[in-house]
Design a protein around this ligand. Structure first.
Ligand SMILES: [Zn+2]
Length: 473
């Protein structure tokens, strides 16, 4: 062959190979996020009496969108608990002070309104470019609070650092803090955390390889999580269980330690069930805190919290199972808790009922106990029916019925039509495999479910989802 023909052949082969690889590159499912971040955090508990922490966050922010940015936005949630900003239901008052904000080591201007921190960029951050943001700050933790809470000498640090919102559909996706729902939405990020406390404290966090419980300081890191949570604990009881390779640790204060084994036993079974039937748990450890908090329960990656109320141990166990299920539906499969709160809450509630029926062999009535209670309260109080996929701020007292209860009830009736629990397990597994580390919207869920069951129209969704703008095919 002539040299030119060889060259031509090489070019043709390269084009074919290129087309082949392009076609086979897996397309990221779900809604994309144009704001990427990597965190290096530090927290020092330096005054227990005041509940005072000195903190620093170094955040590498990457513009992965197609737009030029002239500013950055962050959630700075400690400031939502200060005098004048805090929710009425919170007893104590936080303080939160930013000492300085630096961009690539240079002092920068910023504005802070409630929990919304806006940082000016000297020059525009173009697509594909990164900037290093350093924020030094300090705060105190309010008691009688939710999530970001002081419980005796224990400190629960939820969202205690500046968090980068998602950048979606050409804008920063951020709403002001609300205590009525989860008002923050973040992408998957990597974290390194340094923490230090006075002697006698143990530090427990999102990380799978966690702080040494016998030391009062250390460094941990964790990858690909939506957020990180830390608890500084003093004198808590702990029990452990294992589910396969996963270690489960349950912590409780002395007052509620009689509940600790109820929580541990059910957590072990739930982790077993979900790893076996839905998909792998991403780390080697899951922590459960029994705590005094205004919230009944709350999920964070690698760690969950359940209210230590001893009225009825089965209620506590149901909360634990619900929060454990969130490790899959929220922790691994993401959704926007403001725009689509039902996507994790409804499916988590469904997965909870499924666990009680399928793994624990409860009757259907027993398995649906909390779900039916949610629906009954709505009936008794005469709530007007609402679709399940409205934004979180559209529900007042009605979220329990319509964001949690209604989707779980509808899915339950769907799977009963299709051979029940076996189909439900397979469906959730296929859903996990398609959407792990992606963000699911209502539209995406509808299209996935229709494909899965070969539905020809939207009939199944019509009486519980608002379908404006969602394809009928
Ligand atoms: Zn939940």
């Amino acid at each position: 062959m002539k040299k030119s023909s060889v060259l031509l052949l090489v070019v043709i082969l390269a084009v074919i190979a290129g087309a082949f690889f392009l076609k086979n590159e897996p397309k990221q499912a779900g809604l994309l996020n144009g704001a990427k971040s990597k965190y290096d955090l530090s927290f020092v508990l330096d005054d227990v009496e005041k509940g005072h922490f000195t903190a620093s966050s170094k955040i590498e922010v990457e513009n992965a969108s197609g737009d030029s940015w002239d500013h950055l936005q962050f959630y700075f949630i400690p400031n939502a608990f200060t005098q004048g900003n805090k929710p009425e239901s919170v007893q104590g008052t936080a303080t939160a002070n930013i000492a300085n904000v630096k961009l690539n080591e240079k002092e920068s201007k910023y504005t802070l309104t409630g929990d919304q921190l806006e940082v000016d960029l000297d020059e525009k951050l173009e697509p594909g470019k990164k900037v290093k943001v350093t924020i030094d700050y300090d705060f105190t933790v309010p008691s009688g609070s939710m999530r970001f809470n002081r419980d005796g000498d224990n400190f629960h640090l939820a969202q205690a650092y500046p968090m980068l919102p998602t950048y979606q559909n050409g804008e920063w996706n951020q709403v002001p803090y609300s205590s009525n729902y989860e008002s923050y939405h973040t992408g998957f990020s990597d974290f390194t955390i340094n923490a230090k406390a006075p002697k006698g404290y143990s530090i427990v966090s999102t990380a799978g390889q966690d702080f040494d419980l016998n030391k009062n300081s250390g460094e941990v890191s964790v990858e690909n999580v939506k957020e990180v949570y830390l608890a500084f604990l003093k004198g808590d009881e702990m029990v452990t269980r294992s589910a396969g390779d996963i270690e489960i640790r349950v912590f409780s204060d002395q007052e509620h330690k009689d509940l600790i084994n109820f929580a541990a036993d059910i957590a072990e079974k739930a982790v077993d069930y979900y790893t076996e039937n839905i998909g792998a748990y991403p780390d080697e450890q899951l922590d459960i805190l029994l705590a005094n908090d205004l919230a009944l329960g709350m999920e964070y990656p690698g760690i969950v919290q359940a209210k230590a109320h001893s009225n009825y141990y089965k209620d506590l166990q149901n909360t634990v199972v619900h929060e454990v299920a969130h490790q899959w539906f929220y922790g691994i499969i993401s959704n926007d808790p403001v725009r689509d709160p039902w996507v994790d809450e409804g499916i988590t509630e469904f997965a909870t009922v499924l666990f009680w029926k399928d793994k624990m062999d409860n009757t259907e009535k027993e398995a649906r106990r909390i779900l039916d209670l949610r629906l009954k309260v709505a009936e008794r109080r005469g709530f007007e029916p609402q679709p399940s996929n409205l934004p979180a701020y559209s529900y007042d007292q009605t979220a329990s019925a319509f964001v949690y209860g209604q989707p779980a009830d509808k899915l339950w009736s769907l799977f009963k039509k299709y051979e029940g629990t076996k189909t439900a397990r397979e469906f959730l597994q296929a859903y996990y495999n398609k959407y792990k580390y992606s963000q699911v919207t209502t539209e995406e869920f509808v299209s996935f479910t229709k494909d899965y069951f070969d539905m020809e129209d939207n009939l199944f969704f019509e009486d519980w989802l608002k379908l404006n703008g969602i394809s009928k095919e």
